[in-house]
Design a binder for this molecule. Structure first.
Ligand code: SME
Length: 130
């Protein structure tokens, strides 16, 4: 990341390193664009391209301005199923220099309860490199 100023390039390599290192089902970013999130750099299967504010896990993390850990996606009201293989999920907001949410990092696992507070802590630290 050092010396790189292009946020898309950084998101792309961050998605890759997380995905390849941990073998997640889907790892990627959605960027804030007006009243919705739009699909950004990711690794994994094809995903939904638009998510409205406050909808799904991603829109909820954006609206709450905080990370959301979902041990079982079937228990999360309004979860958006891009893939039926996804069983658990974590979404971490990415803040711009102005303190406003600029994007979210979304990671899906094909196993239940993959993510915990430790993942949340470290992913929140990692996205600050963007
Ligand atoms: N499950 C997400 C949608 C994005 S896909 O998982 C890649 C959600 O509920 O916001």
């Amino acid at each position: 990341m050092e010396g790189e100023t292009d946020v898309i390039a950084k998101m792309a390599n961050m998605a890759s390193v997380l995905h390849e290192t941990f073998g997640f089902w889907w790892t990627g970013f959605y960027r804030v664009a007006g009243e919705e999130l739009i699909l950004g750099p990711f690794q994994g299967p094809v995903a939904c391209m638009h998510i409205p504010y406050a909808k799904g896990v991603c829109g909820t993390a954006w609206a709450r301005k905080e990370s959301v850990v979902v041990p079982d996606v079937e228990q999360f009201p309004g979860h958006i199923a891009c893939s039926s293989a996804s069983r658990s999920e974590i979404v971490v907001p990415v803040f711009g220099p102005d303190g406003v949410v600029a994007a979210v990092l979304d990671i899906d696992s094909d196993r239940l309860a993959t993510f915990d507070e430790e993942d949340r802590t470290w992913l929140e630290r990692i996205v600050r490199y963007l």
